[in-house]
Write a protein that binds this ligand. Structure first.
Ligand SMILES: NC(=O)c1ccc[n+]([C@@H]2O[C@H](COP(=O)([O-])OP(=O)(O)OC[C@H]3O[C@@H](n4cnc5c(N)ncnc54)[C@H](OP(=O)(O)O)[C@@H]3O)[C@@H](O)[C@H]2O)c1
Length: 330
């Protein structure tokens, strides 16, 4: 099969090579999936370079542990392991996986669920990690619950509202009854408004500290603002939900999360760091919300597998609206 391979860390265009490699063989509880599509995000840019360094015990010290990059997929089951009971060849599935920049991938059965009936496979590939992160940031980090849709809306501010995670976060927060303000660049304000945001702020003209109004929750997907700035936009007792990291090759902002977590009480603020967890229950919840129309993926361009490096450049150049995916096999 064809796959993107990577034997060293470096810029995607230098280290990613399309090669013929053996097709993986499913173990007892795995299924072999023909990968129709897999998402591309800024995380791929970082992982390709081996950043942040603090993640190298997991990703590999000198070179990537996994020779084939890529996470999440949507595709068709072609073969099942002997102990697989819920899936059959021909089923269209999506979920979280590894080594997905390839025509085929093996995936544990429990990590896959049927593709939402109202999505294409390309759209479905753009769901798992981005939607897990957004749901967990809104629900677990922000403390919003579905039942709150009938209560007076909590005021939620979301930075990075036009990105892969942000486009879902806006929709989850609206579905859970919040009054949502999203921040993004000028050219994407229509996109964020179209997702249901009550207000959209252009970060190129208005800094977070100059918003002049207060929120109950800040979901920080970009920027890691200072505590002084957070205190200007949050009510006393307000929550900062740390999700995105910016700056520094070693820690990429996680050091700022830790500082914020220690010092926030001095400013009468609360902090909630969110590191997404892959959860079958959440994937089922998300599938239901997609099928009800409460939440939908925002898919921009689809690239071919051979264009993996170009796709990563596209998503990190600020052009992408929502997400991009690679089409790996027909
Ligand atoms: N904690 C976790 O488990 C987890 C999981 C996934 C991702 N993440 C992190 O979450 C963050 C968002 O991920 P993503 O995939 O949504 O990224 P993305 O698609 O690249 O989106 C980035 C967002 O940041 C905004 N942005 C870019 N430059 C900005 C600037 N100078 N000032 C203000 N906003 C700016 C972009 O707005 P415009 O495009 O409108 O400029 C866009 O909305 C990343 O830091 C990622 O590493 C964390």
């Amino acid at each position: 099969m064809q796959a993107i391979t990577q034997d060293s860390y470096g810029p995607p265009q230098d280290v990613m090579v399309l090669r013929e490699v053996p097709r993986p063989v499913p173990e007892e509880r795995d299924v072999l999936v023909r990968v129709h599509a897999t998402p591309v995000s800024g995380t791929d840019w970082h992982l390709t370079r081996g950043l942040p360094y603090v993640a190298r015990p997991v990703t590999g010290w000198r070179r990537p542990k996994s020779r084939i990059p890529g996470y999440d997929l949507a595709g068709t089951v072609v073969e099942t392991g002997a102990a697989v009971t819920t899936l059959r060849p021909g089923d269209q599935v999506y979920g979280w996986a590894a080594s997905t920049f390839a025509e085929y991938a093996t995936v544990p059965e429990r990590q896959l669920v049927p593709v939402p009936t109202n999505l294409t496979l390309e759209q479905a590939a753009a769901v798992p990690i981005a939607a897990f992160t957004a749901l967990q940031a809104v629900r677990d980090g922000g403390g919003l619950r579905p039942g709150q849709a009938d209560e007076p809306g909590r005021r939620v501010l979301i930075t990075g509202a036009s990105g892969g995670v942000g486009t879902y976060a806006v929709q989850f927060a609206k579905a859970y009854g919040a009054h949502v303000t999203g921040m993004c660049r000028t050219s994407k304000m229509d996109l964020v408004a179209g997702l249901g945001a009550d207000e959209v702020v252009d970060y190129t003209t208005t800094a977070l500290r100059d918003l002049g109004r207060r929120f109950d929750v800040l979901i920080d997907l970009y920027g890691n603002p200072s505590l002084a700035d957070c205190a200007r936009v949050l009510v006393p007792g307000g929550r900062i939900v740390y999700v995105g990291g910016t700056g520094g090759r070693w820690f990429m902002g996680v050091d700022r999360w830790l500082r914020g977590m220690v010092l926030a009480p001095l400013r009468r603020l609360r902090t909630r760091p969110v590191i997404h967890s892959d959860s079958r229950d959440d994937l089922v919840t998300i599938t239901g919300m997609i099928e009800s129309g409460a939440v939908l993926p925002v898919l921009d361009r689809t690239f071919r597998l051979a264009q993996a490096a170009e796709a990563i450049r596209f998503v990190t150049a600020g052009e992408v609206r929502g997400q991009a995916v690679l089409r790996c096999a027909d």
